[in-house]
Design a protein around this ligand. Sequence first.
Ligand SMILES: *Cc1c(COP(=O)(O)O)cnc(C)c1O
Length: 468
Amino acid sequence: MAPLDKHNSLKHLPGVDHLLDLAKKDDRFIGIPRSVILDALRKTLDHIRQDILADIETSTDHDTILLAANILAKEKVRPRLVPVINATGVVLHTNLGRSLLCEDALNNIRTIAQSYSNLELKIETGKRGIRYEAVDDLICELTGAQSAIVVNNNAGAVLLALNTIAKDRQVVVSRGELVEIGGSFRVPDVMTKSGCILKEVGTTNRTHLRDYADAVSDSTGLFLKVHASNYKIEGFTASVDLKDLVLLGKDKNIPVMEDLGSGTLIDFSKYGLPLEPTIADSVRTGADIITFSGDKLLGGPQAGIIVGQKKTIDLIKKNPLTRALRIDKLTLAALESTLKLYRDEDTAIQKIPTLRMLTIPFKDICKKSDVLFKIIKEALGDLADIEVAHLNSRPGGGSFPELNLATQCITIKPKNISVSKLEMRMRLSTPSIIGRIEDNKYIIDPRTIQDGQETVISSTLAKILVKK
Ligand SMILES: *Cc1c(COP(=O)(O)O)cnc(C)c1O
């Protein structure tokens, strides 16, 4: 375009105020705030100006501009946090939000959120109360601990406990337990941030009680055991039992802390899963302080729970960091309702989604899978090879490392598009459906699929495969 023509095109671009007036009368913009429309119009006009200057063919008519601005504006108001369908079979999927809350927790969140509450008020005396007292007693009742406090998450709990107990002192940890948990939680880094000095002992695969004993000096402040959440060392290995570390701690007058990561209140071995020590086991063994997450095996909201000796918990309560890491009232409401269900284990298993999905009997998974298979087969006909396959689900969330849970999946091999394209299209549909690929087949694991999602899955599959 000649410079003069460019100048003319730019001059004749409609004004933003005029476009805004048009947009106000345009149904496509209903419900979109004025500021968002204005911003979208400006961005669209900017684009067009740049295209004109770069000699890229572009349209300057009002309708094209409004359409482009409408797409931008809608993108801006679209919710970012949206539900997705978890067809991966990974029950505690950190990227997908870990635990689903039980009905009781959801109801209680609503009750507490829409009303004033006694969050920090003692109703009996009219005096100021302490927020986490709502669940302290309950946690002690369920774990046998002397005292408890809840904070924002377990990373915070570990930071707070280390900072309170062993600031400026050495914390002795086995080299086999210097773990990294997804999302950049690394034990050595948290140690530094809490003001403690890491004292590594043993080797990656073997650490003995004498390694801890030999490391003790005047500046030792704590023995720390970290649950190897997301990995397992196999072969020529040795680690020190909590029980022996507690005895050594008593002997040397050094407190012992255990970061359980994904702590559990029930014994999963009764349901065919491997034996994981429960929080009550650790309390009974005599650890001074134990920390764990609220939204892993517990199946509640994101929280960090610290239990242990009253004198240590009292010190933690006085640490100014506690205020920075405090739990909010909605989480507290959800946590109280979830924990209450644990008073009766059968009720907990039935009502807490994480527990239900982890303990669902194999024959029930097969039933669920057979139903899903039928629905999908009906929707897809000959568009894909559809089969059921006996595969494994992973618990996830740093619980039961390396455990495979037997499951029956649906495998889909589309005839007209690639498996990776199917995976992508399922992920990009609304609602997003997250499956996995194995052996060049698209895998749907019924373990984590919720009631009512079956037909959404089958109709989305059909839409994708019919359209190609
Ligand atoms: C998951 C985990 C954490 C972090 O807990 P969040 O609740 O995610 O903050 C810390 N330590 C261990 C051993 C874990 O498994």
